[in-house]
Design a binder for this molecule. Structure first.
Ligand code: PEP
Ligand code: MG
Length: 588
């Protein structure tokens, strides 16, 4: 008999396929050896993991040399030196095992954690880099020691639907679109980064399904309806036939938007806004254009940094940014500097995962201002790539004007250095700030003086203003973009920016939901940025309304006391039109 589940729909489309059960990486770290094991056995285990790591690194060097990736080969050569030099890691770990009678993995973790405190006061780029390299090597030994490498979501030989308890953004970033045709998870919400990645990959996904992963085995058949949040495990023939029909209907619905691609996002009374795309992975760069994006409003560059033990070099970043700049020229591309932290971790910055409250921790601009060498490399790559198109740089998670001022100083230092070295770069690159914390929204008048534009990140703005963890499905029902606090924060941000002649974009998911479009236009938003796949639908909504009615709607919405009242008002005014475009409307 089939089993039905209902969750949060996060990426549209219908898919029918075979289950691949993905187990999350959870290494078990024991502190003490048990009585039956000898300390010397722990030492031997460690030494054997070091040998294994040695062989792996040698293989990496060989492969990179074969493929002419000299820079990567050089990095691995350094890793080999670190591994071979007892002073860096090995002696320290063995010493701890023996003196403090620890397990090998515990001793290794302590040594790696000790690196942070030891290196933090040291500001020279050289030692910072070394720290990262030591961590990379340590992480590899770790995986070999625990014999628990992260399961991979690559290399499938047939199409699969991934079922998991949870998926980190680094997991979803590994997914190969050709083979992973959809995914479902026990946890998550619409604005968790794995959900954002599903839309980036344009594969159907449902999250927040409770304990679905406990009810499924590998090879089961599964249906995902990413529009309505329905999931069926081991469906009957009738259910398969019915969902096959829905799948076809969804294709026709999407195809019906094709004619909109080159039309402007202009209201009936001639008010025009820009619709841009959010991108995360390189594959999307070209797709966004095919959906009619007038540029890239948010390039989440952190995805370049995930799933690798080394950080991307300036050259590697420069090449990627140049490619996006060239593809989109003369349209703008907003490159957001690293937003690591929160739910996005980089293997090579091992200290992140231990934070008790990662969304309130060393995230985004805070991390960049701590790791100035990494930040400078990224800024340099962006400035240089700017010569090939219309690039802008944007700072994530700003909470204080001091962060913007410091980031601009660093940008200036990078520019001065490039100038001194005679390297060409964009001398007039615009700089923008994300407005995604209540403090940024409330000080928008101060920030506006320092930047050229704003982009409102509602995923975080709502999380921080309403105190709702954006990745927690248990509070997803409290995540309300129409909450008066949110409408007021957006409204005052736009007013402050316009007073200074600054444009305001929105790149959070609120910009991608047709229920909010008219109110946002009425509040004065200048640009929308969203996953490519939803651009045509939002454009159709904008073309079906007038600025006059949008302003009236926004004025009335601002006077209401509760989110559900605003939602009812919008449905009363626009419900029929939205239904004509999308069919039955989902709840906000
Ligand atoms: C946001 O917070 O709304 C945003 C666009 O950034 P991210 O989702 O990457 O945090
Ligand atoms: Mg954000």
């Amino acid at each position: 008999m089939s089993k039905r589940f209902k969750g949060i729909p996060v990426s549209p489309g219908v898919v029918i396929g075979k289950v691949y059960l993905f187990e999350t990486y959870k290494p078990r770290i024991r502190r003490q050896t048990d009585r039956t094991r000898r300390i010397e056995e722990e030492v031997k285990l460690f030494e054997s993991a070091v040998r294994e790591t040695h062989q792996e690194i040698e293989k990496d060097i060989e492969e990179n040399k074969k493929n002419a990736y000299k820079e990567c080969a050089d990095i691995f050569e350094t890793h080999l030196l670190i591994l071979n030099d007892p002073d860096y890691l090995t002696t320290k770990v063995i010493d701890k095992i023996r003196r403090r009678r620890m397990t090998a993995e515990y001793a290794l973790r302590e040594v790696l954690e000790g690196l942070t405190s030891k290196f933090i006061p040291v500001k020279t780029a050289h030692l910072r880099e070394k720290e990262t390299d030591i961590r990379d090597v340590g992480q590899r030994i770790f995986e070999n020691l625990l014999n628990s490498k992260r399961a991979s979501l690559m290399g499938f030989e047939e199409d699969v639907v991934v079922v998991a308890h949870s998926l980190a953004p680094s997991d979803t970033a590994q997914m190969c679109k050709e083979r992973v045709i959809g995914f479902v998870t026990d946890v998550g919400s619409r604005t968790s980064h794995s959900a954002i990645m599903a839309r980036a990959l344009e594969i159907p996904a449902v999250v927040g399904l409770g304990d679905i992963s406990a009810h499924i085995k590998r090879g089961d058949t599964i249906i995902i309806d990413g529009l309505h949040g329905e999931v069926i495990v081991n469906p009957t023939k009738e259910e398969i036939a019915s969902y096959e029909k829905k799948r076809q209907e969804y294709f026709s619905f999407m195809a019906s938007f094709d004619s909109l691609r080159d039309l402007p996002a202009r209201t009936q009374d001639g008010y025009q806004v820009k619709i841009m795309a959010n991108i995360e992975i390189q594959e999307e760069i070209r797709h966004a254009r095919s959906h009619g994006a007038e540029g890239i409003g948010l390039y989440r560059t952190e995805f370049l940094f995930l799933n690798r033990l080394n950080l991307p070099s300036e050259k590697e970043q420069f090449e990627v940014y140049r490619e996006v700049a060239q593809i989109y020229a003369p349209y703008p591309v907003v490159i957001r500097t690293l937003d690591i932290g929160g739910d996005k971790f980089v293997l090579s910055l091992l200290e992140n995962p231990d934070e008790p409250n990662p969304f309130l921790g060393l995230r985004a601009i805070r991390l960049s201002l701590e790791h100035v060498d990494i930040f400078k490399k990224q800024l340099s790559a962006i400035l240089r790539a700017g010569v090939y198109g219309n690039l802008k740089v944007m700072l994530p998670m700003i909470t204080d004007i001091g962060e913007v001022i410091r980031a601009k100083e660093i940008l200036q230092e990078v520019a001065d250095d490039l100038r001194k070295r005679g390297i060409s770069f964009d001398e007039d690159m615009e700089i923008g700030a994300m407005i995604e914390t209540p403090s940024a929204a409330l000080t928008a008048d101060l920030l506006a003086k320092e930047v050229n534009f704003f982009s409102i990140g509602t995923n975080d703005l709502i999380q921080y203003a309403l105190a709702i963890d954006r990745s927690n499905e248990r509070v997803a029902h409290l995540y309300k973009p129409f909450h008066p606090a949110i409408l007021r924060l957006i409204h005052s941000t736009i007013i402050a920016a316009h007073r200074w002649g600054r444009r305001v974009a929105m790149c959070g998911e609120m910009a991608a939901n047709p229920l909010f479009t008219a109110v946002l236009i009425g509040l004065g938003l200048d640009e929308f940025s969203m996953s490519g796949v939803v651009i045509p639908g939002i454009k159709e909504v904008i073309r079906s309304i007038s600025l006059v009615e949008a302003k009236d709607l926004a004025d009335k919405a601002l006077k209401l006391e509760r989110a559900d009242q605003v939602e009812s008002l919008v449905k009363e005014r626009l419900g029929k039109r939205l239904e004509n475009i999308f069919g039955a409307i989902e709840e906000a």
